[in-house]
Design a protein around this ligand. Structure first.
Ligand code: ADP
Ligand code: MG
Length: 693
């Protein structure tokens, strides 16, 4: 990774290879954009057939340009791209945006061209954005680089956007623009053949002026690197993402539970692990970015409300409370102050209804009290603009209080923006995040609280267990590979679990039917007898599980009837019959480029019907394992319910971490299912497991 992307984002000069006189062409629009945005350096159109484009002198080749060229756009057809990259190399160009499409995404021929230009770029140390992309924007007034073919000209600001899809990126850029919110940098990466989303994220992370980063990706290439980089960035500033592809059909039919449930939710999990905030809607993401880029981070979830209208605060409170925020009461001291400063009809509590006739002084006092009361972490304001009030000075009071205090302020500003332009301007210049609806403002405030929780979360520890026997697992897996087997036999699976000290019910396997009764007696009755065969996946579905066998005669009879139904080549897996307690499920599934996804949930109907499971990416830390337990809808059952004892959470966390370590140590384990584990009293024990390679 090389995140020195200055040649790309801070070019001192730009050439456009494929510049055109045709108004409706990318080769013309980019020049128009650079000029319109007042790019600070020279722009060099490259076109051998014309002398001038948009009043600028055109050059036959980039090699003919008299000055240095930092950044070049290439908009010519794919077959000519490698040669132009070569010319750029000779010229000393440092970064290239290839807007042209028709490479890797078009098959082998396109791939060959892509490989060709990449090799040349590498030789000259040129960084490439794209192909098949829009480009970049940098609103820094010292630079004013609009190296992009879109049409929105953002004002300088503090939000930077990186989007794999230019379509989504442009929509988000437009949304901020429409809200009157400035932006810092923008990049759309397209095919991402060279400069990666990770590098851009890191670059934005180091940019002092960028206060919040918006990310849109459909896939992340090098997941572990991305997570490591993003973790560092999110510790310093918020990163907000839309999770794309949530409904991916990736939940392919599978031989294990986890396969069916994990699907392609991995993008969500990657973001979670990296501390990236995810949003279900683009609008909500944009609102959150506005709040996060303008307000300090609150220290907790306690909010004070100031309102000059009743209904909107009811809606706000509903939303805030359902997001988990709290409304502590005013202190006695605060109430005393406000009794002296508020209007007669004001309601002195939290929410503080200053009433519609409240003027600047009332708002000022209300804000001062809430800023000073330590039980409030943030302030939510409903501000409707009554025509009989000096609203401009109310806005000034709000802006001044926000500036003086160190608590975030979010405002539901209800007005006619034309008629109340002066008031709007004051709020905007005071960087008060304003939203049209109470619930929108409430959710934006919630995003600040979310970010605080992310930033202050304890970095979990990934436990490296030393009491394990890797060599046992190694030998078992090699043996299965040698025999070309994908599904491990019970003895192999339980041997592996033993080697990683994952508690299992006492067990044995016998091949001969005649040995079953004796072996069962050896385990000690009552026992369970299960058919063990590579071809039987769900044993109880085919009559391959007999529980609560109490003596040798029963054991012998069960063995005989199982062989009758399932064939004489099955083996017999004999296990101690355990009292049920709570059933748990733990699974692991290899995820391309991202390690494994670990799943945890309650077994039985909870997983089958409710799909109540939680996921995390390996390596799973103790904090993450604990979060998985807490994330279940049925979390209360795990805590214990109506006299029924809860499960031992620390032991559960340990088992999850041991599984995480096992699959990380042996990435050839494709899927693994422990279903169920029985949690009785303080003990947790695996009673069924399978491993697929
Ligand atoms: P499969 O999932 O292949 O059908 P299991 O081994 O999970 O087979 O057995 C089916 C069910 O039988 C389990 O979900 C559990 O309820 C019960 N069972 C399995 N083993 C035991 C055991 N050792 N003690 C008590 N009940 C068990
Ligand atoms: Mg089972």
């Amino acid at each position: 990774m090389n995140d020195n992307l200055d040649p790309l984002f801070k070019p001192r000069s730009v050439a456009l290879i494929g510049a055109s006189v045709k108004e409706l062409s990318i080769g013309n629009v980019i020049i128009k954009n650079l000029l319109h945005y007042h790019f600070r350096g020279p722009v060099y159109p490259i076109n051998p057939k014309v002398d001038e484009i948009r009043g600028l002198k055109a050059y036959p080749s980039v090699l003919d340009v008299p000055g240095d060229v930092d950044l070049a756009h290439i908009v010519i057809p794919p077959p000519f791209v490698p040669e132009e990259v070569e010319n750029c190399g000779k010229k000393g160009v440092r970064a290239i945006i290839i807007n042209t499409a028709g490479f890797k995404e078009m098959g082998a021929e396109g791939q060959a061209l892509e490989d060709d230009f990449l090799a040349r770029a590498k030789r000259y140390g040129i960084r490439i954005v794209g192909p098949n992309c829009q480009g970049i924007i940098n609103s820094d007034p010292e630079i004013n680089a609009y190296c992009n073919f879109t049409f929105t000209y953002p004002d300088p600001g503090h939000i930077s956007v990186v989007a794999q899809s230019g379509g989504v990126g442009a929509v988000i850029m437009q949304a901020f623009y429409d809200m009157g919110i400035g932006q810092r940098m923008y990049a759309s990466t397209g095919n991402g053949s060279d400069v990666s989303i990770t590098e851009i994220l890191s670059y934005y992370g180091k940019d002092e002026t960028t206060r919040a980063i918006v990310l849109y990706a459909e896939r992340i290439e090098n997941t572990q690197e991305f997570i490591a980089v993003a973790k560092q960035v999110t510790a310093r500033k918020p990163v907000l993402a839309i999770t794309a592809g949530r409904t991916d059909k990736g939940a392919e039919a599978s031989r294990s539970h986890i396969g069916g449930l994990a699907g392609s939710i991995s993008l969500d999990l990657i973001y979670k692990k990296a501390g990236i905030m995810t949003f279900g809607s683009q609008a909500e993401l944009c609102h959150a970015a506005v709040a996060l880029s303008s307000q300090p981070v609150p220290h907790g979830n306690k909010v004070g409300i100031i309102t000059n209208t009743g209904g909107p605060s009811v809606i706000a409170i509903d939303e805030l409370v359902s997001c988990g925020l709290e409304l502590p009461p005013l202190s006695e001291k605060g109430r005393e102050i406000l009794k002296g400063t508020m209007l007669e009809s004001a309601s002195i509590r939290n929410p503080l209804d200053v009433v519609a006739t409240a003027g600047p002084g009332h708002f000022k006092s209300a804000l001062e009290v809430m800023m000073n009361e330590p039980q409030f972490d943030s302030i939510y304001i409903n501000f409707v603009t009554p025509p009989f009030v000096d609203c401009e000075n109310v806005a000034r009071a709000i802006a001044a209080a926000a500036k003086a205090g160190n608590k975030p302020v979010v405002c539901n500003y209800m007005t006619d923006k034309q008629k109340w332009g002066g008031t709007s301007k004051i709020l905007k210049e005071g960087e008060i995040p304003c939203f049209d609806f109470a619930e929108t403002a409430a959710r934006a405030l919630h995003s600040l609280v979310r970010y605080n929780a992310i930033r202050s979360a304890r970095e979990g520890a990934v436990k490296q267990f030393t009491d394990i026997h890797r060599e046992v697992v190694q030998a078992t897996l090699l043996h299965a590979h040698a025999e070309n087997r994908e599904v491990l036999l019970a003895a192999e699976v339980y041997g592996i679990l033993n080697a990683y000290k994952i508690p299992v019910a006492p067990w044995t396997v016998v091949k001969e039917r005649s040995a079953v009764a004796e072996a069962a007696a050896g385990i000690g009755f009552p026992v369970v007898i299960k058919a063990d065969s590579e071809t039987i996946i769900h044993k109880s579905d085919v009559g391959g599980v007999a529980v609560n066998i109490n003596n040798m005669q029963e054991a012998a009879a069960v063995a005989e009837s199982m062989q009758k139904i399932l064939g004489s080549d099955i083996k017999f897996f004999i296990q101690k019959f355990l009292l049920k307690g709570r059933e748990l499920i733990i699974g692991a599934k290899a995820s391309e480029g991202a390690g494994h996804i670990i799943m945890f949930g309650l077994g039985g109907i909870f997983v089958e019907v409710m799909k109540d499971v939680a996921f995390a990416i390996t390596p799973v830390s103790d904090t993450e394992a604990m979060e998985m337990i807490g994330a279940l809808k049925a979390a209360r059952l795990i805590e214990g319910f109506r006299g029924e004892k809860g499960i031992n959470k620390l032991k559960t966390v340990e088992i999850i971490q041991r599984i995480s370590m096992l699959v990380s140590d042996f990435p050839t384990i494709r899927e693994m299912d422990l279903n169920p584990l029985f949690a009785t009293g303080d003990e947790i024990c695996v009673v069924d497991a399978r491993i697929i390679l």
